[in-house]
Design a protein around this ligand. Structure first.
Ligand SMILES: NC(=O)c1ccc[n+]([C@@H]2O[C@H](COP(=O)([O-])OP(=O)(O)OC[C@H]3O[C@@H](n4cnc5c(N)ncnc54)[C@H](O)[C@@H]3O)[C@@H](O)[C@H]2O)c1
Length: 439
């Protein structure tokens, strides 16, 4: 069992302190608010949260949870400190690190006087780079010690929801952390042992980003449901029924399908249907801010790819894939076709390798090239010879994933820009002449 101090007895701090104590760990809760300290030590919960009153009473009585404002005492008598102070928005929307910095300063000073190992784990929500850019420098400056060597550091975000916080603690949807050192990783693994959730160990910045991604995704879902509900109501329909039916599809709608960062959406359905729903909303006078933003953001993703090509300075670009997705020759509203057309318009020569579109032309299918109303001379730009296209091109743009092209494209990336919109190799991130659009 571990000995843990929790800094900040707010909603997150008090729930995790109480649950850690219930799991058998010895917990010291630290706060600057004497009212909260007194409440805990009297066996009372300082907040209203389902199930917390009896839990605090139980663990305080058992002597496994005490509260104090004495930082040195807390550091000297525990092996790890969890920081769970508030990170309120600054006026410009940026994350407020004031309280986190103060706590790091206090902990750093106490670490200077402590012999032996201690891990500092940040649980507050902080933007990527904050642990490394703010917390560690403060801890090192105040302690005179080196993070990852003389003391441990980790970032371990909390995902509990108020009102079901204790339930969420014991049945979490996600456990993720990043640690600078094995000692910190071991403590975090130990306290999560036995929970019905896989533990994801990543680097500290990824853990910080996951926390924001999670909360932002929840916010997007609420806003989406509301916007659909508003349009449904204006159409004389029950928005909740519509969303319930949508959510019953866990194969595509409520799943990781379509949740993979990459290139813009396109094809014969999504763009036209988003436009049509937005138009319907407009005719009803129903605001559709999210639908507008979806179309704007999709356009921005095409522009982003265009800028990637522009940065290479290439005058000849070889496209791998031009249809709206692999496995089809359908060119209707293909964002790759749109991208190619823009480059051609700006004077870039575009050659295209796409086995499906090529096959449609070779077979003289009646559909060959259909749906393309943006690329001039499409047929003449098609080539079945990937090697020749690569040799001839100043840059390669990988738009669709064709398994049998990966080795050739990876070899090509050694000596010319390869811009990847699809992620031909999950293990590769932007490096040198290889650039992924979101990785
Ligand atoms: N509330 C949630 O549901 C929730 C869920 C997940 C993550 N978070 C994140 O967790 C963090 C904490 O949120 P919260 O809602 O628990 O905050 P809160 O405002 O309820 O509590 C913060 C506590 O920190 C204490 N504190 C301030 N300065 C201190 C210091 N120098 N030393 C010790 N204690 C100090 C305050 O007195 C207060 O008790 C935030 O970053 C938040 O974004 C919150």
């Amino acid at each position: 069992m571990a000995r843990i101090s929790v800094f900040g007895i707010g909603y997150v701090g008090v729930v995790s302190a109480a649950c850690l104590a219930r799991d058998g760990h010895d917990v010291i809760a630290v706060d600057v608010d004497p009212g909260k300290i007194d409440a805990i030590n009297a066996g009372l919960s300082p907040i209203v949260e389902n199930g917390l009153d009896p839990l605090i009473a139980e663990v305080v009585k058992a002597g496994r949870l005490v509260a104090t404002d004495d930082v040195q005492h807390a550091i000297d008598n525990t092996d790890a400190s969890f920081i769970a102070v508030g990170t309120p928005s600054a006026p410009d929307g940026s994350v407020g690190l004031k309280y986190v910095e103060i706590v790091c300063r206090n902990i750093g000073r106490a670490l200077a006087k402590k012999d032996g190992y201690h891990a500092v784990v940040i649980r507050s929500t902080i933007v990527p780079g904050s642990t490394e850019g703010t917390c560690i420098p403060v801890l090192e400056a105040e302690s005179g010690k080196t993070a990852g060597k003389d003391f441990g550091v980790g970032y371990y975000p909390e995902f509990l929801r108020e009102s079901t916080a204790i339930e969420d603690y014991y049945d979490p949807g996600l456990i993720v952390f990043g640690a600078l050192d094995q000692g910190t990783a071991d403590i975090l693994t130990e306290i999560n042992q036995g929970l019905p959730c896989e533990i994801k160990v990543v680097d500290v910045r990824t853990a910080e980003m996951v926390k924001y991604t999670s909360n932002t995704w929840r916010a997007v879902k609420v806003t989406f449901a509301n916007e659909i509900g508003n349009i449904a109501k204006a159409s004389g329909l029950d928005g909740q029924t519509v969303m319930e039916i949508l959510c019953s599809d866990t194969k595509v709608n409520i799943s990781s399908y379509f949740m993979r960062p990459g290139f813009a959406f396109g094809g014969s359905c999504l763009p036209k249907d988003v436009r049509a729903l937005r138009h319907l909303a407009e005719t009803q006078g129903t605001p559709a801010h999210l639908l507008n933003a979806v179309l704007e953001a999709n356009e921005a993703q095409i522009r982003r790819a265009e800028e990637m090509v522009e940065r290479t300075g290439a005058k000849k670009v070889g496209f791998v894939g031009i249809s709206f997705k692999p496995g089809t020759d359908d060119l209707r509203e293909s964002p790759l076709a749109e991208l190619a057309a823009r480059l051609i318009k700006s004077g870039v020569q575009v050659d295209i390798y796409d086995p499906y579109v090529h096959e449609a032309y070779a077979n003289e299918n009646s559909t060959a090239g259909r749906g393309n109303d943006v690329i001039p001379d499409l047929k003449d730009r098609m080539t079945p010879d990937l090697d020749a296209m690569i040799n001839d091109a100043g840059a390669i743009l990988v738009g669709n994933f064709y398994r049998d092209t990966v080795a050739t494209l990876e070899a090509a990336a050694k000596d010319r820009p390869v811009l990847d919109l699809t992620r031909m190799n999950r293990d590769k991130v932007s490096d040198g002449t290889y650039e992924g659009i979101c990785w």
